[in-house]
Design a protein around this ligand. Sequence first.
Ligand code: FCB
Length: 385
Amino acid sequence: MAVLRFPENFLWGTATSAYQVEGGNIYSDWNDYYPAGIACDHYHKYQEDFDWIAKLNQNAYRFSIEWARIEKKEGEFNSRAIDYYREILLSLKNRNIKTMATLFHFTLPKWFAKMGGFTKKKNIFYFQRFAQRMFAEYRELVDFWIIVNEPQVYAAQGYLLKIWPPKKRNPILYLKVLRNLILAHKVIYKNFHQKDPQVRIGIAKNNQFFEPHSSRCTFDKLTVKIANWWQNHYFLNKLRNHLDFIGLNYYFHNKIKFPFFIKNENKIVSDIGWEIYPKGIYYVLKDLKNYGLPIYITENGLADKDDSLRERFIRDHLYWIWKAIQEKVDVRGYFYWSLLDNFEWEKGFEPRFGLIEVDYKTSERKPRKSAFYYAQICKTNHLAT
Ligand code: FCB
């Protein structure tokens, strides 16, 4: 048996987002398209959930702040909601858990969506005002800030594919949203840094591993280059000098056979058909090395209701992360997606990503076997293979 050690002070955690777990987010734009009801009722059960984080030896937690809760109406900041997230952060701190807070994880206040959301440059002002307020309130309690989660996924689902709010198909708006998210990130980054040069700000960027179907086919190779540039590096390149770390959300591998994408060749898939390809995280990490920034895996996980693949999934991905670390990639933490089963956007409650199973009738929690496997790694800071 080999014992693979991780760097000292490595962060071992899980991730969630507000709309997916809290419940009662009726002021969010998503509520008009895909209501999540009480979701996991995390809004009321956060103490129990944080007890699990601690019991499972995790030392870090990534979550998001629901803007629509804080600012139900434009310009009116809700003091109860502000107190609520302070309570969340204090409850984590009391358990000695490092905090990573996301400011925009796909959902928006209805009023902001109505005025065009991120399609309009002038609307950045409102997001910036919210971000500044959050910083003023919680700067002592947040260890890591993520301004935007998966900007390209958000823009594509909402403005090209007609799947997520506002369900449009408009390439111009798609590009505008991307441009404005870049601008918003930069402005907020500068602003936070002016107030506190020590602050740590990143992005949660979903990068995929692309490879040519045939390494001898020039077209396959060229398409891979373009896909890699656009999907993986375009946004990050724009943010060079405006990031203190990179957050990587890793889920996908695509073999490209010009002009089509071929997926799932090895046929091991999760409950929702996503291919499981652990080695891809190694390539993606190596590819991120040249930014010269610390990297945190801000999401990695799978839908696996009967928990038959999760342990192996975690082990194999951690092996390849470890390998990248041996080759001098500066990875400093891993957040499994997700702590709990939750509302998987347009797919609803069916996909089960949680280390902890949720019974949606009773809101009862029950850790799966793999939760204890992961807990052992979190405790020992090593992987036994
Ligand atoms: C990511 C999202 C996250 C969750 C996982 C499965 O794209 O950031 O909210 O839905 O996928």
